[in-house]
Design a protein around this ligand. Sequence first.
Ligand SMILES: Cc1cc2nc3c(=O)[nH]c(=O)nc-3n(C[C@H](O)[C@H](O)[C@H](O)COP(=O)(O)OP(=O)(O)OC[C@H]3O[C@@H](n4cnc5c(N)ncnc54)[C@H](O)[C@@H]3O)c2cc1C
Length: 387
Amino acid sequence: MLPVAIIGGGPVGLFLASCLSHSGIECRVLEQKQAVSDHSRSIGIHPVSLDLFARLGLSSEFLARGVRVAKGVAFDDRGRVGELDLQACGSSFPFVLIFPQNETERLLEAHLLAARPGALCRESQVTGVKDAGGYMEIERLDPRGRRSLVEAQFVVGCDGKRSLVRESAGIPFIGCPYQDGFIMGDFDDNTRFGSDAAIFLSSEGLIESFPLPFQKRRWVVRSDDGARQGEAPPRREEIESLLRNRIAHELRMCGNYMVSRFQAERFLAPVLYRNRIVLAGDSAHVVSPIGGQGLNLGWLGAWRLAEQLRAIVQGGRDYREGFATYSRKQRCAARRATRRAELNMALGRRHTGVFLRNSVVRLLLQAPINRLTARLFTMHGLYSWPV
Ligand SMILES: Cc1cc2nc3c(=O)[nH]c(=O)nc-3n(C[C@H](O)[C@H](O)[C@H](O)COP(=O)(O)OP(=O)(O)OC[C@H]3O[C@@H](n4cnc5c(N)ncnc54)[C@H](O)[C@@H]3O)c2cc1C
């Protein structure tokens, strides 16, 4: 019998499979899509995740291809407010690595398949998960409409925010959208920021700007109009006019590679397991993308869960105890990440008290507090290594 079946071959499912195979635990990933999507949601890989990648022998390719952001510069309507030196975070990787999520998934997939050919089954849509008494039965559907069963001791739901696995386990997902809507787009980089991130605390709403590989740049712009329009597909002209009006930056002549809209939201499952089913990644928790923590939080959870699965499958630990430990620690990390994301969003909202807000930002950027701020913005403290 397969020890572990992972439902969902997104970035968290693929990473979890690599962690397990690194420990010699057999697993299979069932993924409904035929290939990695072309669209990239996440772009930031935090120092703590690079640390995990290094332990799996994965970090060098990421480091060779990503852009290292070691500094963030903050502006308000009147000019430069200050800068945040991420090198002060004290990690062995003192920067945030910018690397698009779809490329990340491709690297994780290649790494997994090099170690375990056959560990990933694409075009396998899971349609049901059932406790068969002492083991799990997973029903999957192939593109020709044929159904088959996979049996496993444990099922991990890495199937994203609308998780079927979570639903099958009857675990609720508690949370709601925030009032904050954003529009984001990738353009040719026509700024002078180089590898620095730039944050504009405009009185009309937050603008964030991050370097991407190949001289491109991502712009994330708070847009309440976007939130009101709901699902209306965004256009590049919307970002262009917001940037022109708020910070007098012109993107009209730049190549555009993607525009999309999102509403920030928060969700957390009250418990991350039921019997032999356990949740990881966005199926367990969703935090606001502002601050770029969601995927990194999923990886930290996958690492934590792999530790427990190792103890259960190889060490004979009671699975309920192992899953309860994972659930408690990961929920605690998710709540902390949520609070940090809320701080990020609060700083970027339209403010009447701009003077007060800017004074707080200046304080956060000044020594010796800047060290703490650098740690806060690089997800420091959300994982502690066993001694
Ligand atoms: C706009 C935006 C920007 C973001 N930026 C960042 C950032 O900079 N940094 C960061 O850390 N996070 C960021 N995030 C969050 C990040 O994108 C998510 O946390 C991440 O994608 C979660 O990964 P996952 O593997 O848990 O889920 P997903 O990426 O949703 O993957 C789930 C996978 O499961 C598969 N699946 C679903 N149902 C089934 C089924 N029934 N059978 C088989 N397969 C199934 C899906 O096809 C998919 O491949 C951002 C999010 C958004 C919306």
